[in-house]
Ligand binder design. Structure first.
Ligand code: GDP
Length: 526
């Protein structure tokens, strides 16, 4: 297959949903339909098997949240699908936002009984920033759900996106009988399958087929009536509108029962965009350019506790990556050889021979790579749009055993490189201050310090309310500021200068006093 064909057949996406809507279940089923798993192995179960020695995963499991993002690649009907998993819990939303910068489209999963929920709204806002195309799966039709017409109205109203139903449910809960495919004019009868078996429910061609009345009884008539209404009132699927982010095709089903997923996947690989062009500070990069470019959207430490590795996840934007390639690490201006990149075929890490635009590769990070870093084959360009957020919560790390200071500093430095938490070292004292967006992040860091670095640390309150990255175009003023405001300044784990303010009023006063200094609450990496 040529480079262009390989590129065009890539589909790189993430699932967005409110916790509990069924993202994990959906992920498993997508893998099942992609042939990546044969049996009923669950994603969560498989993850913990690989990390059997790590208490940290135990914690993740017992909380029932998936904190660790991972990447899964599998072939489906001639296409190559890259599914980027994202943590569902709001405390890890930064990680999710950054992952969304690395996809070309998204799949939104909605609980039929609950409709549009708060996290879905937030994630949708993030997708909208880049007009990411979104397909929708309304899940849990096997339970009593809300009226589907009402649900679509809610999606349109709350999320401000047109809905184009592709399949339509026949009843819900105990009366759930299957879905009607509007374009194919065929009914797929509900036949719940557990675990690793694909649905084999009967297909009935044509809405007028008498077989439908035979099987559905009076529900057949109800379906015909409802569809007349739906087809009159809803939007027809328009691929252009979908690609521009203005319309979402909608599918109904039950992920846990392996139902309605094949319809979704078939249209997904057909219509979802392949690798899209990506903006940089200087120009747009087309995926079909022959020279390699990519950016790092995530760093994760100790994915495999036996190897104590840190992996940088890089999205390939153009060209191919070949094993052993030499790449320019643009931010530090150095060419580095990448001997052993990882790929994520069928959810197991394997060594990459060649990877294409849209693919994610994992490269070992020995501390020089940061989130947002661009790699090229020599050209000096930097991809834009990978955000970093100023934290809202601050704690001081406190050691139980003071002799372990070195391990603590090392552990915090490495965990903070993952980007979920920020580490600050004040210029005028030896504190280690951690900043996070969600409170659960502190617990996770404490737990990981214990299991991965053998350090017992606690996080206690500290007199910091907010932090801003600071910079200035006026070097003289900047020096003066650094001297006068030294007690409020700290260095973050990336080496950048940060103003840490005990109160918002203090920050405001500093901003007024130093108009030449920029105080920034978000920072773009790179
Ligand atoms: P996540 O938090 O979004 O990853 O959601 P999960 O995939 O963990 O699912 C949340 C709960 O809903 C679990 O107990 C699932 O077994 C259940 N669930 C998922 N899909 C379905 C479905 O189609 N029908 C029903 N009845 N339950 C489902």
């Amino acid at each position: 297959m040529s480079f262009i064909e390989e590129t065009r057949r890539r589909r790189t996406f993430a699932i967005i949903s409110h916790p509990d809507a069924g993202k994990t279940t959906m992920t498993e089923k997508l893998l099942l339909y992609g042939g990546a798993i044969q049996l009923a192995g669950t994603v969560k179960g498989r993850k913990s098997a690989r990390h059997a020695t790590s208490d940290w995963m135990e914690m993740e499991k017992s909380r029932g949240i998936s904190v660790t993002s991972s990447v899964m690649q599998y072939p489906y009907k001639g296409r190559m699908v890259n599914l980027l998993d994202t943590p569902g819990h709001a405390d890890f939303s930064e990680d999710t936002y950054r992952t969304l910068t690395a996809v070309d489209s998204a799949l939104m999963v909605i609980d039929a009984a609950k409709g549009v929920e708060e996290r879905t709204i937030k994630l949708m806002e993030v997708c909208r920033l880049r007009d990411t195309p979104i397909m929708t799966f309304v899940n849990k039709m096997d339970r009593e759900g809300r009226d589907p017409i009402e649900l679509l109205d809610e999606v349109e109203e709350v999320l401000k996106i047109q809905c184009a139903p592709i399949t339509w449910p026949i009843g819900s809960g105990k009366r759930f009988r299957g879905v009607y495919h509007l374009r194919r004019d065929a009914v797929h009868l509900y036949d719940p399958e557990e675990g690793g078996k694909k649905s084999t429910g009967e297909i009935i061609e044509g809405l007028d087929n008498p077989r439908l009345d035979e099987v559905l009884g009076p529900q057949a008539g109800e379906l015909r009536e409802e569809l007349e209404l739906v087809q009159g009132a809803s939007h027809a699927f328009d691929p252009e509108a979908y690609l521009s982010g203005a319309q979402t095709p909608v599918f109904f089903g039950s992920a846990i029962n392996n139902f309605g997923i094949e319809e979704l996947l078939d249209d997904f690989v057909e219509y979802a965009p392949g690798p899209l062009p990506r903006p940089t500070h200087s120009r747009k990069v087309e995926p079909t350019e022959e020279k390699f470019t990519g950016f790092v959207f995530k760093i994760q430490a100790n994915m495999d506790p036996n190897h104590r590795d840190r992996i940088a996840f890089m999205r390939i934007c153009s060209g191919t990556f070949d094993k052993g390639a030499k790449l320019r690490h643009v931010r530090i201006g150095r060419d580095v050889k990448i001997p052993d990149a990882l790929t994520f075929l069928a959810s197991d890490r394997e060594h990459v021979e060649t990877a294409y635009p849209g693919d994610i590769i994992g490269i070992h990070n020995h501390g020089t790579i940061r989130i947002g870093d661009t790699f090229t084959q020599g050209e000096d360009l930097t991809f834009t749009g990978v955000p970093n957020f100023a934290p809202e919560l601050f704690r001081r790390a406190q050691l139980k055993d003071p002799l372990k200071m070195k391990q603590l500093a090392k552990g915090l430095q490495e965990l903070c490189e993952e980007g979920a938490t920020q580490l600050y070292r004040p210029l005028t004292n030896n504190d280690l201050i951690l900043g996070a967006v969600g409170v659960l992040q502190f617990e996770v860091v404490a737990e990981r310090l214990r299991t991965e670095y053998k350090v017992e640390a606690q996080f206690e309150n500290v007199n910091v309310q907010t932090a801003r990255w600071v910079e200035s175009d006026d070097p003289k003023k900047f020096d003066e500021f650094k001297e006068k405001a030294a007690t409020n300044l700290a260095i973050d784990h990336g080496g950048d200068l940060v103003y840490i303010a005990p109160t918002r009023v203090n920050l405001q006063m500093a901003q007024e006093k130093w108009p030449e200094i920029r105080f920034q609450s978000t920072r773009e990496h790179g």
